[in-house]
Write a protein that binds this ligand. Structure first.
Ligand code: CTP
Ligand code: MG
Length: 549
């Protein structure tokens, strides 16, 4: 009876919290400068702590009330939501860790009459209602979407907006990670931490990259960082005088060798024991060694790395830029979506521009506006306080994390103006001689030959876009030219009316076929550049002949 009351109280409360969070959101929109701007580190801390109190449950057939009644026997549930990924799952957060402990205590080992089970218990569970004779499909569960709307649906949605600015905010709204998706990402990291803790009890697993930098799209991969700082021998303090003890530890030839050993055993453990993790690949010889796998219950493609603290820093930096002004995220989302729609970026690694490179290009463009919309990284370093100082692997990674110190800028351009200006900017950018540097906020001369040179913000001798070849860069530039032209045509910038309005403005820009003269990647492969130049020369020759004759 008590657990039933608790379940009902939870359902009541969740209605109230929904209303309150809608209010918070409204307040944040009214005053984006003050509310809700926490540093990424404190946000992460909070999320990690929530995730530790959570479990992931495959629900089978049940109702929310029945499910919550069962859970409430073990403790107060502070958050619960459902989603679908190879079946229906629930993320359940208890208000204290004892709730999780009690739940795990009560869970049983599955019977395996023909097979054997691997002896590893985790917070990934299955809710069984044997003999209950409940409905075959989960009755009336409200499922939270964990994937982005398909591009065609997005185009339709955008076509119904009245201005390009509205189209841009609608795109961000549709693609950004939801509160639930972010919770699920932290929970998967927390589950992975339990696996790694089999070897390294003091470790933590932190998400980085687009899962947390504010630029993630629903469905993006989950980049995870296995943090062993507590055990690493970095920052060791010299012993005080008098007797002391130290651990005897094995030594390896380099930090890299240590990272490879650590990831090798953790990868093996994920492969052999971690429920839900499939397709485990250990890619230990990459510049940044990693373990890649799919986490089936969440549907996330995961990359687990260790010892890349600089990537953590660049995540913090991108987050800071994204929070400084809503137009930053608006433009980054729009450009990323545009690039994906035209095959400028791809989910497969290759010679194309990566989302990370593209984001840095947008940030650079915003630093180059007059007046600048974003400060340079050097400026952020000048503003750094003592707590912000950080030198990693010999690179100065200091920059302020205090929004208050940065102050508002004076740029008042609209998202639409910025989008047009972005395409113009890169339509005529001197890629052949200039390198893009968000540290300096101005073009630098290229230190090495590469079609596209984007200086890594922290490891400044590295080129973030080393992989990009000349033809991919050409395609990007040609598409920028086409898009700038298209956006300035009257018919594409005029909202259409009716029930199914024709794609206009940004929606027209996302339609692959609308970008005239730019062939899709597939077409292009069948007709190499040399072929196109040949036919161009051929036609010029013909014209000359005609003129002469
Ligand atoms: N990173 C980096 N240098 C690179 C590539 C990546 O520092 N050349 C860091 C960045 O902090 C980046 C993170 O690693 O955000 C994750 O890389 P990746 O998954 O490639 O990019 P995301 O920003 O996560 O974008 P996506 O949505 O495409 O995953
Ligand atoms: Mg990523």
């Amino acid at each position: 009876e008590r657990s039933l009351q608790r379940a009902d109280a939870f359902l009541q409360r969740s209605l109230v919290t929904e209303a309150v969070s809608a209010e918070d959101e409204a307040a944040r929109k009214l005053d984006p400068g003050v509310n809700g701007r926490k540093s990424l580190r404190s946000l992460q801390q909070e999320r990690r702590e929530q995730a530790e109190r959570s479990v992931l449950v495959s629900c089978g057939s049940t109702t929310e009330r029945k499910f919550l009644k069962f859970l409430s026997r073990h403790g107060d549930v502070s958050k619960c939501f459902f989603y679908e990924s190879y079946g229906v799952y629930a993320v359940v957060e208890f208000s204290g860790r004892d709730g999780v402990a009690s739940l795990l205590e009560a869970a049983s080992i599955p019977s395996a009459s023909h097979e054997a089970t691997l002896p590893f218990k985790s917070r990934l569970l299955s809710f069984r209602t044997l003999g209950a004779g409940g409905p075959a499909a989960p009755a009336g569960l409200k499922l939270q979407p964990q994937t982005a709307v398909p591009i065609n649906e997005l185009i339709q949605r955008l076509s119904r907006q009245d201005s390009i600015d509205q189209q841009v905010s609608s795109l961000v709204e549709a693609y950004q990670l939801t509160e639930e998706n972010i919770r699920l990402r932290f929970l998967v990291c927390s589950l992975l931490k339990d696996v790694a803790a089999a070897y390294f009890p003091e470790c933590s697993v932190k998400p980085f990259g687009s899962s947390v930098n504010g630029f993630g799209k629903l469905g993006c991969d989950l980049d995870m960082f296995l943090d062993l700082d507590g055990l690493s021998g970095l920052d060791v303090k010299p012993p005080k005088s008098g007797p002391s003890l130290e651990f005897q530890m094995k030594r390896a030839s380099s930090e890299r060798a240590v990272t490879q050993s650590v990831l090798s055993v953790v990868g093996e453990c994920v492969d052999q024991f971690a429920p839900g993790c499939v397709g485990v690949q250990k890619i230990l010889n990459a510049r940044c060694p990693l373990v890649r796998f799919a986490h089936q219950p969440s549907g996330f493609q995961c990359d687990l790395t260790a010892n890349n603290r600089v990537a953590m820093k660049s995540t913090e930096l991108l987050y800071l830029f994204g929070e400084l002004d809503p137009r930053v995220r608006a433009l980054v989302f729009t450009v990323r979506c545009w690039a994906r729609a035209h095959g400028v970026t791809s989910s497969i690694p290759g010679a194309w521009i990566s989302n990370f490179s593209l984001t840095v290009m947008v940030l650079f463009f915003l630093q180059r506006r007059s007046p600048a919309l974003l400060p340079t990284l050097d400026r952020l370093r000048e503003l750094a306080g003592p707590a912000d100082r950080s030198v990693l692997d010999g690179s100065d990674c200091s920059f302020t994390s205090d929004f208050g110190r940065i102050g508002p800028g004076t740029n008042t351009e609209t998202a639409e103006q910025l989008l047009v200006a972005f395409f113009d900017f890169y339509s005529s950018f001197p890629f052949s001689r200039a390198s893009i540097s968000i540290r300096k906020g101005r073009e630098q001369s290229k230190p090495e030959v590469a079609p596209l040179h984007i200086q890594n913000p922290f490891e400044t001798s590295l080129n973030v876009s080393k992989n990009v070849n000349a033809s991919q860069l050409d395609r990007f530039v040609a598409l920028c030219q086409e898009s700038s032209w298209l956006l300035q045509q009257r018919e594409t910038v005029t909202p259409g009316g009716g029930n199914a309005p024709a794609p206009w403005g940004l929606a027209a820009l996302l339609q692959p076929s609308q970008v005239a003269g730019i062939k899709t990647r597939k077409r292009r492969r069948t007709e190499p550049a040399s072929q196109r130049i040949k036919s161009l020369l051929e036609s010029l020759k013909n014209q000359n002949h005609q003129k002469k004759s």
